[in-house]
Design a protein around this ligand. Structure first.
Ligand code: GSH
Length: 109
């Protein structure tokens, strides 16, 4: 079963790379505005998770550059996701809120 998952994962990642669209082009000011907002966001993900691939493809296509946090191989990210997101499920978007100690994790359906 592990081998099948591993093979499927490689296929998913390869297809994603081969079929990626070109990111939208914005003028510098518009992109900087989006980058500034994006700095408050990060995505907990697994490399070969089909739900995560879908989200990453959309981010790529829309030229939204957010930090990706590998919640499978990075134990610190995994722990934070469980503690602050409630469970080890991805994709999960982290939103850093200014003027607040609390961070909100939204699950993407
Ligand atoms: N988008 C759905 C499904 C997400 C999902 O099943 N993700 C899998 C990876 S493909 C996962 O996080 N598995 C880890 C686990 O269930 O412990 C949800 O958030 O409920």
């Amino acid at each position: 079963m592990k081998l099948v998952r591993w093979i499927l994962g490689k296929i998913i990642i390869s297809l994603d790379l081969i079929t990626r669209s070109t990111p939208v082009k914005r003028d510098i000011a518009a992109q900087e505005k989006i980058d500034a907002i994006s700095r408050q966001l990060s995505l907990y993900h697994f490399n070969a998770c089909p739900f995560c691939v879908k989200v990453r493809r959309h981010l790529h296509h829309r030229a939204i550059n957010i930090e990706l946090r590998d919640a499978k191989n990075n134990l610190e990210h995994k722990q934070t996701l469980i503690e602050e997101g409630g469970r080890h499920k991805v994709p999960c978007l982290r939103i850093e809120q200014k003027n607040s100690k609390a961070n909100v994790a939204l699950r993407i359906k």
